[in-house]
Design a protein around this ligand. Structure first.
Ligand code: KG4
Ligand code: ZN
Length: 341
């Protein structure tokens, strides 16, 4: 494609309202994020109804700000991309309806984007030369996948969680040890003061060495049991040790399967995506294990790891180049699967 393609993208699948302008899937002209974290912190987690209402309040301001910051008008935009799943249905609907309204009013093509594909594409923004094939470890609050990315927009799922997502386990354990929401960054921080070998939390055993699946509900329950036992015995809990030991169990599981996936597909490139990709222990451990095997480990910068519309603009561009545009009947699909259209 000779002409630059400018995509205006919207993301509202959970508790961030975001709009971005992205050129050719890699260059970010603007990426405005309005976070609702302060509101949901009071409730200890995301309240779906509150999230939807907040999205409605700010969406038009966020979109205008994205255009202004990028210095482009709506007329100069080539297509409008929007997350249509997976996520909270009421939250998704705000972005989808707004994007449909814009597409209808301007006559520009509409592109529906899978949120998880968006997370993966954050790596194309960060690493300008990155091209498929590569293995991608997607670790967010709602999803945990190991994917073989064959080509742009073409995914093969090699492994996934059978119960809780990695970020979900972090959030639940953080709540149990009184760290509050969102728990991932808090466990990351306090773990630095703890001993990761203090408590041995078990890893799920699938009785199948070739499986690249995950399970995190077992380690979460083991932490809860440990806390109960300590309380019953009247012993003091060392929160840093609990956090560090829990984190070691989760990170080692993620890293082992990520390395196995690279071996399985014979690739030496692994990209990490999603909110948990910010985790310092995961980053360090993947880099160390990657070095031992000559595997190049790539991460997006922090702002591109958590929910943002720039990553949606990148994914939308690759859909656009394949001619995959959506009708104005596009609907929010809360349980949209990766690779499903
Ligand atoms: O990708 P994301 O922003 O939203 C979803 O699509 O789910 O991920 C949010 C998740 C939360 O569970 C949060 O606790 C976790 O990412 N997270 C972290 C860190 N930063 C965010 N988990 C571990 N360590 C971190 N530093
Ligand atoms: Zn996300």
């Amino acid at each position: 494609m000779d002409k630059d393609i400018k995509i205006l993208a919207l993301e509202s699948s959970c508790d961030e309202t975001s709009a971005a302008v992205v050129v050719n899937g890699r260059e970010v002209l603007s990426n405005i994020i309005s976070s609702q974290i302060d509101i949901h912190t009071k409730f200890g987690g995301v309240v779906p109804e509150v999230a939807s209402r907040k999205h409605v309040e700010v969406v038009s301001v966020v979109v205008q700000e994205a255009l202004d910051k990028a210095g482009v008008t709506l007329e100069e935009i080539d297509a409008i991309g929007v997350t249509y799943g997976p996520g909270l249905v009421g939250a998704l609907l705000v972005g989808v309806q707004y994007a449909k309204g814009l597409a209808y009013a301007t006559g520009k093509p509409l592109i529906g984007v899978n949120h998880i594909e968006g997370h993966i594409c954050a790596n194309f923004i960060q690493h300008k030369d990155l091209e498929p094939p590569f293995v991608c470890l997607v670790v967010s609050g709602g999803h945990t996948f190991i994917v073989y990315m064959k080509d742009y927009g073409e995914f093969e799922i090699l492994g996934q969680t059978r119960d809780d997502a990695a970020g979900e386990a972090y959030d639940k354990v953080a709540r149990a040890i009184g760290l509050g929401y969102p728990g991932g960054p808090k466990i990351d921080k306090i773990s630095k003061e703890g001993n990761p070998d203090a408590i041995k939390f078990p890893r799920a055993n699938f009785h199948d060495d070739s499986s690249l699946d995950f399970s995190f509900s077992g380690v979460k329950s083991a932490v809860l049991n440990y806390l109960n036992q300590m309380e019953m015995k009247g012993e003091e809990i060392n929160r840093a040790d609990v956090a560090a030991s829990f984190q070691k169990a989760v990170v080692s599981f993620l890293v082992d399967n990520a390395m196995k996936a690279c071996k399985l597909r014979g690739v030496s490139k692994i990209a990490v995506a999603g909110g948990v990709a910010s985790n310092s222990c995961l980053r360090e451990s993947l880099i160390n294990e990657g070095e031992k095997r000559d595997i190049n480990v790539l991460f997006p910068e922090f702002i591109l790891c958590t929910d943002n519309a720039a990553m949606i603009g990148s994914a939308a561009y690759f859909e656009y180049t394949k001619g995959r545009t959506a009708e104005l009947t596009l609907n929010a699909i809360p349980n949209l699967k990766l690779g499903e259209r």
